[in-house]
Design a protein around this ligand. Structure first.
Ligand SMILES: [Mg+2]
Length: 262
């Protein structure tokens, strides 16, 4: 059973999220958060690039699998080469004057900013990503735009105390782990780090998490429609549903404006 449930059951029952947080000196469980397609959109931007290069018409809806090569009908090696080309092109943006003029090339998944703001009150958040280390400037950019203090009024949840041990950046760079740099799978990393719950979109990753005793919360996407049935896999339609599972009291996420920085 996921750690957050165990904590919730231990000792006493809290009637509200505020009581829980005020009582607070309970160490928070850790939560792993995937980046691509979970926090930011990547695939749709890769497809814009790929379609323009190859005069094709792929969209996310075509993705019955997150193994790009299976959908694009090319070899795995070719798919990696295409992805590398896309990354090189994307990285050019970070050298462009538009970037330094304050235009940001990030599209956040709907609701992720308030969701992470809420979740950081209850969990020690760690981003865990299979993305290429070549995307480092982009990864840094994501980190620097995910702030609990970005919205009017200080935070999305001014009624909830902000944890003393937490800095305003919701996913600071030192809390972002790139599995390609560790040589570990996501589940191996979680087991080593004592992480019992993870949010991801990749059905293969979710299955591996579940097999290793980690509760996988899967954000609904076309490629995970048929994710394995398993007691430790929960598919949710959006960040609100994920928070309903992870945080007591079904706290409603504020309607955040769609954050598109392209
Ligand atoms: Mg992902």
């Amino acid at each position: 059973m996921a750690n957050h449930r165990a904590l919730w059951m231990r000792g006493r029952r809290f009637e509200s999220a505020r009581d829980y947080l005020v009582v607070g000196k309970i160490s928070k469980p850790k939560l792993a958060v995937d980046l691509d397609e979970t926090v930011v959109y990547l695939l749709r931007h890769f497809l814009d690039f790929y379609n323009a290069e190859h005069s094709t018409g792929f969209s996310e809806e075509h993705f019955f699998s997150y193994n790009w090569w299976e959908v694009l009908g090319i070899s795995k090696e070719r798919a990696y080469a295409e992805a590398a080309e896309y990354i090189k092109d994307k990285m050019k943006m970070y050298e462009s004057p538009e970037f330094f003029d304050g235009r940001f090339h990030i599209e956040f998944v709907e609701g992720v900013e308030p969701a992470l703001d809420l979740l950081c009150r209850f969990y020690d958040l760690h981003a865990l990503s299979d993305r290429s280390p070549m995307l480092e400037p982009d990864t840094f950019n994501i980190s620097s735009w995910l702030c609990a203090e970005d919205c009017e009024g200080g935070t999305y949840f001014p009624e909830l105390p902000f944890p003393e041990d937490h800095e305003p950046l919701l996913l600071p760079m030192d809390k972002i782990v790139l599995t390609q740099e560790t040589g570990l799978t996501k589940s191996q990393f979680c087991r080593q780090a004592g992480i019992l719950t993870a949010i991801d979109d990749n059905p293969d990753v979710a299955q591996d998490y579940a097999k290793n005793g980690i509760h996988a919360i899967v954000l609904a996407k076309p490629w995970n429609r048929y994710v394995s049935k398993h007691p430790l896999i929960t598919r949710v339609k959006d960040w609100q549903e994920a928070c309903n599972i992870l945080v007591p009291g079904k706290i409603k996420l504020p309607k955040a404006e769609k954050s598109v920085y392209i």
